[in-house]
Design a protein around this ligand. Structure first.
Ligand SMILES: *Cc1c(COP(=O)(O)O)cnc(C)c1O
Length: 417
């Protein structure tokens, strides 16, 4: 059997000649390491998904909002979604033009709508209540709307975002009232969108969702686009050789649906998809340091500096991330890997069989590039980590500095005289 210590990163040549222990030494841990080549490959996978000509890949910035990362996505010719004015601000900083940004709102203030009106960025509303408010602010303007086609999917109930139980989208039975509001404010509906949920590994579920939103699209004349949403999954269990999402098969089926719809609709409208995780997850390894090893009753623990303030997915969604151990151990043992936060739920991996670790070892949490740094926090007054990028030539550059005490205190106002 091949040694599991570095199995996955060896297969992808992730570190490109850099020693993870040396990176940990130079930049400190925890440290998010990104690989530019892999990021570019993932962008191209989705850009080339279909043969239909009017196709836009809108990367969902909420998965990873690192500036250098966005600059690469922009260079690859993708467009972007924004979930807030802050995201749009960062996207424009990275070089995206307003027409390349699509704002997908959920329960937002009129001030927030005004920001997007002022910046000429098309936004999507997801209730009649918000459409009415948008109409008051921007009569005669262009608008998009998020519908709930009734098909939901996802790896955890917290990330299923369509179907019967969700807060998202407008249900199709409200279309008559929806059209009344459009008319009242002379709004032009330019597009409709949906997002069925996050991390599906079965392309057919997505296609089912696509067909549902297209049924809704037929009820509107003269749309410019239909946006099918994101959720494209990646295999988190690479050590078990989990299969990849079959992008080729899915692309073929999607192409057919797109061409057929365009013919029926009488217009080569634009179709959009909104991958977040698929673009960003696999190009990152989160490095951490083992600071203690101990046996508590039946469990053996490796205590690291990767608390859930750094990577919250395991604690929040029970997510699995593979772990590599950058030492030369030949023996393995069952161990639970935990962080340094004062909570029992601060667990990265339960009872995993991993190479035997000792204090000072450097570990890598794989596929950490989506909902990793972007969901990190200063909980326990911990400093958010630094981020580095391995360029295509193997050079390593710092793309985000580690927080300092100043970052923790900059907004605080003392009441002591
Ligand atoms: C989160 C989100 C996405 C991206 O989801 P992934 O699972 O990362 O692909 C796309 N669209 C919307 C509306 C979202 O909320």
């Amino acid at each position: 059997m091949a040694k599991i210590n570095t199995k996955v990163t060896d297969q992808t040549d992730f570190f490109q000649g850099n020693d993870p222990k040396a990176l940990a030494e130079k930049y400190g841990t925890p440290l998010y390491v990104y690989n530019e080549r892999i990021l570019r490959e993932r962008c191209r996978d989705i850009k080339n998904l279909v043969t239909y000509p009017n196709f836009s890949v809108n990367y969902s910035t909420k998965a990873n909002n690192n500036l250098a990362f966005l600059e690469i996505v922009q260079e690859e010719g993708l467009n972007v979604d924004a979930m807030s004015p802050g995201e749009a601000h960062l996207e424009m900083m990275a070089g995206f033009r307003p027409e390349q940004i699509f704002y997908i709102s959920n329960n937002v203030s009129k001030d927030e709508m005004q920001y997007f009106i002022d910046h000429n960025i098309i936004m999507s509303v997801d209730s009649l209540s918000q459409l009415e408010q948008y109409g008051q602010l921007n009569p005669g303007g262009k608008i998009a709307a998020r519908f709930n086609g009734g098909v939901g999917a996802g790896h955890h109930e917290k990330v299923v975002t369509a179907g019967k139980k969700t807060k998202f989208g407008i249900n199709p039975e409200y279309i008559p009232e929806f059209k009344e509001i459009l008319k009242k404010y002379a709004l032009k509906l330019v597009g409709i969108n949906q997002h069925i949920g996050s991390l599906f590994m079965d392309g057919d579920k997505y296609i089912e969702g696509v067909k549902a939103i297209l049924e809704i699209a037929k009820q509107f004349d003269d749309l410019e686009f239909v946006d099918f949403g994101g959720g494209f999954g990646i295999p988190y269990k690479k050590l078990e050789d989990q299969a990849r999402l079959d992008i080729a098969d899915m692309g073929e089926k999607l192409s057919k649906v797109m061409f057929d719809f365009a013919e029926e609709y009488g217009k080569q409208i634009t179709f959009k998809v909104e991958p977040g995780r698929y673009i960003s997850a696999e190009c990152s390894v989160l490095l951490g340091t083992v600071h203690s090893i101990k046996q508590n009753n039946i469990h053996k623990f490796a205590g690291t500096d990767i608390g859930f303030n750094v990577l919250i997915r395991p604690a929040m969604y029970d997510s699995h991330h593979d772990i590599e151990v950058y030492n030369n151990a030949d023996e393995t043992e069952e161990i639970t890997v935990v962080g340094n936060i004062c909570e029992s739920g601060d667990i990265i991996a339960h009872d995993r069989v991993l190479p035997k670790m000792t204090e000072g070892d450097v570990i890598g949490v794989l596929d950490a590039g989506a909902y990793g740094y972007s969901m990190s926090s200063n909980y326990n007054c911990r400093l958010r980590p630094a981020e580095v990028l391995i360029r295509e030539n193997g050079d390593v550059v710092l793309t985000r500095k580690r927080d300092t005490f100043e970052d923790l205190t900059r907004n605080l106002i003392s009441i002591k005289k």
